[in-house]
Design a protein around this ligand. Structure first.
Ligand code: SAM
Length: 316
């Protein structure tokens, strides 16, 4: 089955978001606690957190997508008075906490990537299953659209982008075909070019999957944003507070894994034989050494959750 050729589900309140129970279990929201959802989407996880920290726990929700924010505002209306929503990037989390005069918080969640709502809206251009403009911007902060990259990068730059962010072995062939067939304006036009350049009969994954992933990462500067956000999130936690991150592809997961590992180690500097100076104590403790994955049951219910990986740390 093609990756996106799956029963369509909208990320509204009709179904639970990825690893929902696991997130509530990981963050253990409590009365009076303060929480951040850095990727609010439709507010599914946020609602779970708000329920669990009732009656007086509070939540700051961020999303760069004005459409997501409007939907979350509607969905979270019953929690008015306990929520603070901002159209902002999670890379500004330190500033957002300062604006609320919150020194530190009890839990922070990031559910990275695009929401089902974004995938399923053809106009956003995220999905190779729908015909729409080559956009792929999460929000207005994105520097350029996918169309500008596809029609503006030279062949070498395109090949590098598809290789680095899509890990596609046919990156050169695809880049060459794109350049020959430009200008390309729609997802369908791009898909047709990729299918001709890189036919993969019998493969489970559609040949456009990796190029679309690569473009989305580049358009939204996703990997650099995760790198920028992680230290701010850990710095913003109270002692005993937890940070939970769900990622959907290995490039993102590697950044999260490496950062959490590094922060969980004591940094020592050998002064001379057998004497060490501790330069930095461990900042966090890993709650799970291996990533938490969705259950078979969840994958059956929501096939898009199948590549989700959850990592959780606790501030020391
Ligand atoms: C997988 S969805 C989150 C779904 C959400 N957990 C729920 O329960 O509905 C990811 C969301 O993160 C948002 N997003 C992507 N990059 C962001 C960034 N740099 N800062 C804030 N939000 C971002 C996307 O717009 C999208 O709405």
């Amino acid at each position: 089955m093609l990756r996106e050729d799956l029963p369509l589900r909208t990320n509204t309140m009709q179904h639970k978001p990825a690893l929902y129970q696991e997130i509530i279990h990981a963050l253990q929201p409590k009365r009076g606690g303060r929480y951040v959802d850095g990727t609010l989407g439709a507010g599914g996880h946020a609602r779970g957190i708000l329920e669990a920290c009732a009656p007086d726990g509070q939540l700051l929700g961020l999303d760069v997508d004005p459409q997501a924010l409007a939907l979350a505002r509607k969905n979270l209306a019953p929690y008015e008075g306990r929520i603070h929503l901002a159209q902002a990037s999670y890379t500004t989390i330190t500033k957002q906490l300062a604006d609320l005069q919150w020194d530190s918080v009890d839990g922070i969640l990031f559910d990275l990537g695009a929401s089902s709502m974004q995938f399923d809206n053809a106009e956003r251009g995220f999905s190779f299953m729908h015909d729409g403009p080559l956009d792929m911007r999460f929000g207005p902060q994105a520097l350029m659209s996918a169309e500008q990259i596809v029609n503006g990068y030279d062949e070498k730059e395109l090949a590098e982008l598809i290789f680095r962010y899509g890990e596609d072995r046919d990156s050169r062939k695809i880049a060459k075909a794109i350049v020959i067939n430009r200008p390309l304006r729609t997802t369908r036009e791009l898909v047709a070019v990729i299918e001709r350049a890189s036919p993969r009969r019998g493969d489970r994954v559609h040949p456009a999957t990796q190029t679309f992933q690569a473009l989305r990462i580049a358009v939204n500067n996703e990997l650099a944003s995760v790198q920028e956000m992680l230290p701010q999130a850990v710095a913003g936690l109270k002692s005993g507070g937890r940070c939970a991150v769900i990622s959907f592809h290995s490039l993102e997961d590697r950044i999260v894994k490496d950062f959490f590992r590094e922060q969980s180690k004591e940094l020592v500097n050998p002064l001379y034989e057998r004497i060490y100076e501790v330069e930095r104590k461990a900042v966090v403790k890993l709650i799970n050494k291996k990533p938490i994955l969705p259950s078979e049951e969840e994958i059956k219910e929501n096939p898009r959750a199948r590549s989700a990986k959850l990592r959780v740390v606790e501030k020391i």
